[in-house]
Design a protein around this ligand. Sequence first.
Ligand SMILES: [Fe+2]
Length: 192
Amino acid sequence: MLKPATSLNHIAMPTNNTAETYRFYTKVMGFPLKSAVREERVPSTGDETPFLHTFFALQDGSCIAFFDIAGEKYAGRSDGVPSWIRHFAFNVETYEELLGWKARLEENGIQVLGVIDHEGIWQSIYFFDPNGLRLELTWQKRELEAEDTAHGEELVKQWIEEFGQQDADEVAAAETPEGTEPVDQKPEVAPA
Ligand SMILES: [Fe+2]
């Protein structure tokens, strides 16, 4: 039986300064360094590109990872996508912790936006890491229910139809991998 992927292993982004990134994620965010890889060429492409690849772990073992490329500065380059769109959101367990993190970040000289309420479900704060990557800490007040999913499905259907992206019924009828439904785990996603 083919099942969907279980969880996030890592996401990878560019950094121009491993020292700043290491300090921010280990000392400010509390994500310990889990591993690092140094190579002279890229394993997947064979390109002669010396790099250091670092992995910083969340409590569940998933990682936010970085590539520091020797002689290059890829982080912070603008490709025209507004900075609020690409972001990574991390869960905190209580509203008090969210406020605690807001205070801690500000004590470290980091500008924090929020607390912002989303749909009465997510309470979020936003800030940037040293690489210009937007981060979100969010406290999800409740688990998402069947009606949340139904509401989401309806919004997707409406959007597809309104913007003529594809026939919505055709999309709905397409097969999903085994094990996709029912969704019985607490979703880890939050809106922007
Ligand atoms: Fe978000």
